[in-house]
Design a protein around this ligand. Structure first.
Ligand SMILES: [Zn+2]
Length: 255
């Protein structure tokens, strides 16, 4: 145990970097940029706030006594968040249950998203998929061979955690693009056997990891979209969503 938990430890510069990065450079409460350029210098506009207070006064201790703590160690990064000065002030004075709970849930979501980003590096996807992406990127908008409505598998695979709009998007993507993408993958196999099987199994593995982490279907759709977008030469959300929809129909996802 630390000698004194109430002693204020100044967060290190690296801790500041990690927390600044975690919020994507903007205040997670009000979206104010947390850094600005002035006279050629970068000026830091954020403060590092303790979510559970560093040295709670008796009123705060009583107020939060039944609330969950993100870490037993008050100075641990999981109890810290980068906020603009105004939001930090509002959060601390006065401390409220609602304010505390809101900050806990903001932090949890940030942790979830940064955990997903970190997982991209360990879960690569075969570069050959870029050929399929390139063919989608050059799509002219002309009609493709449509899949029949009866052939769609999403209805039988989705649960109530899949948002209606996402489900509709998957249906449309599958109807218009499934057959075309399937034939692109077959072409890959002709020049290099088992390429599509390898890509399908990489997608399946990453899907199962997300499922194991407890993500719901809407979160999984979005996490897979981000993964493909960032781990390939894609950089295009629509194409990435079309591919994830393909993998739903092709049984790597939600199966
Ligand atoms: Zn703010």
């Amino acid at each position: 145990m630390a000698k004194s938990d109430s002693k204020r430890k100044k967060p290190t510069e690296n801790m500041g970097l990690v927390l600044f990065d975690e919020v994507g450079g903007i205040c997670p409460k009000c979206t104010k940029p947390l850094m600005k350029k002035s006279k050629g210098q970068m000026i830091k506009l954020f403060e590092i706030a303790h979510i559970y207070p560093n040295s709670p006064n008796p009123h705060e201790a009583e107020l939060l006594k039944n609330e969950e703590k993100l870490s037993e160690n008050i100075d641990d990064e999981s109890n810290l968040i980068a906020l603009c000065r105004d939001c930090h002030k509002i959060f601390d004075n006065p401390r409220t249950i609602d304010g505390y709970r809101e900050m806990v849930s903001i932090k949890r979501e940030l942790q979830r998203l940064s955990g997903l980003k970190k997982s991209w590096f360990d879960n690569s996807i075969d570069k050959e998929i870029n050929k399929v992406i390139a063919s989608l990127a050059s799509f002219s908008g002309e009609a493709l061979e449509e899949l029949s409505l009866e052939a769609l598998k999403i209805d039988s695979k989705s649960d109530k955690t899949l948002g209606g709009l996402v489900k509709l998007k998957i249906k449309d993507n599958v109807r218009y693009f499934y057959s075309d993408i399937k034939s692109k993958f077959s072409e890959l196999d002709k020049s290099e056997p088992y390429t599509s099987d390898m890509i399908f199994s990489q997608v399946k593995t990453y899907y199962l990891k997300l499922k194991k982490q407890g993500l719901d279907q809407t979160q999984i759709f979005s996490a897979l979209t981000d993964w493909i977008k960032n781990s390939t030469g894609c950089k295009n959300t629509e194409i990435s969503e079309i591919l994830v929809s393909f993998f739903v129909q092709n049984c790597e996802v939600f199966s």
